[in-house]
Design a protein around this ligand. Structure first.
Ligand SMILES: [Zn+2]
Length: 309
């Protein structure tokens, strides 16, 4: 049995995975606010799941994997930077080793979601594939030669901060024109709200990316314009990724993936039109399919990957 933990800004999701990569138990609780509180919650979760593995499944826990929304050291032991949680330089493995009996492995959450897709989702049987998560921001996880790829220094794919144009607002990183300011779920909402304001249209509810895609699919003019711009920039980013890494599959996860065929058809057309080498085999684009527990499954799979090295 392996413990997988996915630390989000709001909730910590956790679970027990058996050696056939099946999640046999899962749970979720609020993340907490201060570093001490979050670390204590993690230790408590690990100790509780260890007890549960013994009492309910008669199994030992072989290891613990943890995903965080931030930058992790190449040794997978140290959280270097995690803006959401306000963490900088946190030696998480060392801290948790003292509070539990386990040595944890830590990785960026997008890397782990990609690992989950590779084992049980949209990147199965794919040697080289990429998961792009289109949510609040844009994250990327890469599989190369059937292994997670984290770059030469451990930073991996910070694809959300690839500059692809000029935008009407700056990115949270301080620069202008980052991919995630065009291609995240937040980005299309922000752009649509600007269009409404420019046209003096007021709305009485919070707009979601899903609403924009649904209304565009029905042929409504403004939403359709927003989706047209959205897919143009998403395609630019994807074509850049194809030009740099030439993956076999690019999988799209996160909130935007609910847009279904409508988005996929428009996007695929634009990506195909902009291929550098037309007619040559190129990345297939699909939606992520490992589900909303991919982060937990990926964290547990990280342990499996590290133990079989
Ligand atoms: Zn940025």
């Amino acid at each position: 049995m392996i413990i997988g933990i996915d630390v989000g800004g709001t909730n910590i999701k956790s679970g027990l995975m058996d050696l056939d990569n099946k999640l046999v138990f899962d749970d979720s609780r609020p993340t907490g606010t201060t570093q001490d509180e979050i670390v204590n919650n993690l230790a408590e979760i690990i100790n509780e799941l260890n007890d549960k593995a013994k009492s309910d499944f008669g199994a030992d826990v072989l290891g613990v994997g943890i995903g965080v929304p931030g930058v992790v050291s190449k040794e997978l032991d140290h959280v270097f930077k995690c803006t959401n949680l306000g963490w900088f330089d946190v030696p998480l493995r060392e801290i948790l080793k003292e509070k539990t009996s386990f040595s944890v492995y830590i990785d960026n959450d997008a890397n782990l979601a990609a690992l989950a897709e590779h084992y049980v989702g949209s990147l199965q049987n794919v040697d080289s594939g990429i998961l792009l998560t289109l949510g609040t921001g844009v994250g990327g996880g890469v599989i190369v030669n059937n292994k997670p790829f984290r770059g030469g220094n451990g930073l991996g794919l910070e694809v959300g901060h690839m500059v692809i144009g000029e935008n009407f607002f700056n990115c949270s990183c301080g620069k202008n024109g980052c991919f995630e300011t065009f291609a995240s779920a937040t980005a299309i909402v922000r752009h649509f709200e600007k269009m409404l304001a420019d046209n003096n249209i007021t709305v009485d509810h919070e707009i979601s990316s899903k609403e924009i895609f649904d209304r565009a699919a029905k042929g409504e003019e403004l939403p359709l314009k927003a989706v047209d711009r959205y897919t143009t920039y998403l395609a630019i980013g994807i074509n850049n990724v194809i030009n740099v890494l030439d993956p076999q599959v690019i999988s799209l996860g996160g909130g935007v993936s609910a847009a279904g065929d409508f988005l996929m058809d428009m996007l695929t057309k634009k990506v195909t039109e902009n291929l550098f080498v037309k007619g040559f085999p190129s990345a297939k684009i699909n939606y992520a399919s490992a589900g909303n527990k991919a982060g937990v499954i990926g964290a547990a799979l990280l342990v499996k990957e590290e133990m079989t090295k």
